[in-house]
Design a binder for this molecule. Structure first.
Ligand code: GLN
Length: 192
């Protein structure tokens, strides 16, 4: 099974390592032809403005939308989640988005003082054990459309992980932990 990792900017190598650990061959995606034959795509954390602009320049945005529309799983982590959203609050005006998921995301939502933090999340879709979530200048999800399933919230109710059919978005970075459950869950979203 070949899974693409958008390798434009950001934490793509960590996702590749996680995929290898669960027996999946990662393919670095930098050009539209790299999407051929892949069965899913991960859009990593990093800087959403850079990832969006460079992806646009390299002609990747529409082919990624096509991949998502074909039912193959696409997952955005952190900056990747911003790209997945239909609507972004506090984004850079005109920043390119994939606009695939019916959610509104607030960029850099936790403010400067709490730039980065870790917490244990309850994620029923992954089983009983809590998931250690690493947040780095993270976005949060402010609005969730009717078709969107909430997978995890912070204790104060803030939505930080969502699924819409074959599409997944997390505010945090599962690739920076040892826990492969989110990566496995993502692989299971194909063909549902
Ligand atoms: N703050 C970044 C952005 O807006 C996201 C941070 C991250 O991906 N760790 O793009």
């Amino acid at each position: 099974m070949k899974i693409g990792v958008l390798a434009v900017q950001g934490a793509f190598i960590e996702h590749e390592q996680m995929l290898r650990r669960i027996g999946v061959e990662p393919v670095e995606v930098r050009l539209p032809e790299h999407l051929e034959g892949i069965e899913g795509l991960i859009i990593p954390g990093g800087e959403s403005t850079t990832i969006g602009r460079v992806s646009g320049k390299w002609g990747l945005l529409e082919p990624i939308r096509d991949l998502a529309r074909s039912g193959r799983p696409v997952w955005g982590t952190c900056a990747g989640m911003i790209l997945m959203a239909k609507e972004v609050v506090d984004g850079v005006p005109g920043q390119p988005l994939l606009g695939l998921m019916d959610v509104t995301v607030r960029r850099n939502a936790f403010g400067r003082q709490v730039d980065s933090f870790e917490t244990d999340l309850e994620v029923p879709a992954l089983g009983d054990l809590p998931f250690r979530a690493v947040f780095i200048r993270a976005p949060l999800i402010e609005r969730v459309g009717e078709e969107v399933e909430v997978l995890a919230r912070l204790e104060d109710g803030t939505v930080v992980a969502v699924r819409q059919g074959n599409l997944l978005a997390t505010s945090f970075h599962p690739e920076l932990t040892e826990d492969v459950r989110f990566h496995r869950y993502f692989l299971g979203l194909s063909g549902r």
